[in-house]
Write a protein that binds this ligand. Structure first.
Ligand SMILES: [Zn+2]
Length: 207
């Protein structure tokens, strides 16, 4: 597989969809720093297109208002729990419908469980030349390799970060780290780890 960044994706627009409730701002950082750091992490991987970051949060999460996000160039979208995932999915759909003329597109999903977005991402990957990038907190729930496979198949090469690393402008997950993650999972569960969970959720298409 050729490196995605050697291709048209390097200059294509980047839509970043960030669940601030599930992937909160790490201590010591602020929206403006995060905005810069995400851009710098992406640039390190060869993505230099125009970046649009949309943060989603609980309605009561930032009682002082969205000013800090807006002055950092991000429009905060208030949406509670299940609504947040739906709103993000809708906005991802809207991103594709807007960007169709641009052809090549990068999408970054930052969420507590990226499997929630499998259905829309699969759909658009079939229809458009889209490069999928992901971030999830380091200690977040991780699906077993078997259940996660459809998502892994969508993600660009070295296109997955721990949220803490992406927020700090750091590197994506290395192959070694990925193997360690999967290794941990195998040790914890000798049976198929999340069949109980997939059974319910796959039918509903995520959230
Ligand atoms: Zn599983």
């Amino acid at each position: 597989m050729p490196s995605p960044t050697s291709s048209k994706f390097a200059k294509a627009k980047i839509g970043v969809f960030w669940d601030v409730k599930e992937c909160p701002i790490p201590n010591g950082l602020d929206p403006a720093t995060i905005y810069r750091n995400i851009k710098s992490s992406l640039a390190k991987k060869g993505y230099h297109g125009e970046v649009t970051i949309t943060p989603y949060c609980d309605t009561n999460q930032f009682p002082d208002g969205p000013d800090e996000f807006e002055s950092a160039g991000m429009k905060l979208v208030p949406a509670d729990e299940t609504e947040r995932c739906r709103t993000m999915s809708c906005d991802i759909c809207f991103w594709f419908s807007l960007d169709r003329k641009d052809k090549y597109t990068n999408v970054v999903v930052i969420s507590g469980d990226n499997m929630d977005f499998l259905t829309p991402l699969e759909y658009f990957k079939q229809k458009f030349p889209v490069n999928v990038l992901l971030a999830q907190p380091e200690n977040a729930w991780r699906w077993c390799p078997k259940c996660r496979k459809p998502l892994e198949d969508l993600v660009a090469e070295s296109g997955e970060w721990f949220w803490e690393s992406l927020a700090a402008g750091g590197d994506s997950i290395t192959e070694t780290q990925r193997e360690e993650l999967l290794g941990d999972k195998r040790e914890e569960d000798n049976t198929d780890c999340c069949d109980w969970r997939c059974g319910d959720e796959q039918q509903g298409g995520g959230c």
